[in-house]
Design a protein around this ligand. Sequence first.
Ligand SMILES: [Zn+2]
Length: 297
Amino acid sequence: MEATGARPAPLGRAQDYQPIFRLCSNALGEARLAIRRTSVGGERLLLTVDTATLATSLEHERCWTCADTDDESQTDTRFLRAIHTDGRPVLLGSRAQSNAGIAHGSTDGSFITGDLCPSRKPLDRDFLEILVRLGPRTPVALAISGSWLERHGADFRWLQDQARNGTLDITWVNHSYHHPYAPGRTPATNFLLMPSVDIDAEILDTERLLVANGATPSVFFRFPGLVSDPALIEAVRRHHLVALGADGWLAFGRPLRPGTILLVHPNGNEPAGLARFSRMLEEGNLPRPFRPITAAP
Ligand SMILES: [Zn+2]
């Protein structure tokens, strides 16, 4: 089924999208790291990170005074520590690995993450409605691919409405733009490890499309298939993003530990997983409370 509804704004609405690394302060004495600069509708904007809370925000560049910085100068911040968390990736042979980065939260409760891999099916709104009914501002991290957003303008707007009216607290996780995948291929030459993948474009174009459509990218990146290698990890770190894995596999029926990072697919391709999620939720088998993903590292 083709997605219906209005088309999302094009990438080009956010112009000159560039990675930067600058330490900024404003007239109120607040400090942030700026990791991107762009221009929307003639306004120069910075994508900034609070290094303690990991919250991101888009700020008017004219309100901030910035100077270049480097990783070494920021090494003691929670942000840089999160970026350099290796986790316990599973080696898949050759250089490929699975589930690198933050794969388990450092708190109690659990973290709901949903991957929006490219799909022709509509968003599974029923699943998100379940989260809406849990109470105001239920936190959910949505790992979005650019290709999904391109096809699901109306669904994306609906999600933004939920965020705006305070029913959901959505963190937008970067899931790469094209989310390359070839069925049957081994992980070592699949996903972003396929030849001729431009990892910089995969990272930056997804953020740029989010910004063009009025959303704020977070500091999190989830590898398609959770598959990476040391070169991809290095690229994600160079762009000052935190690799996000998962350890809450609902399929195995095992009890979930506090701090678990749950992974579901609300892109229409995993109805069975979502049904399991609601059953476990009803039975009280998901560790509570649900926490924003920024609390995981
Ligand atoms: Zn995916």
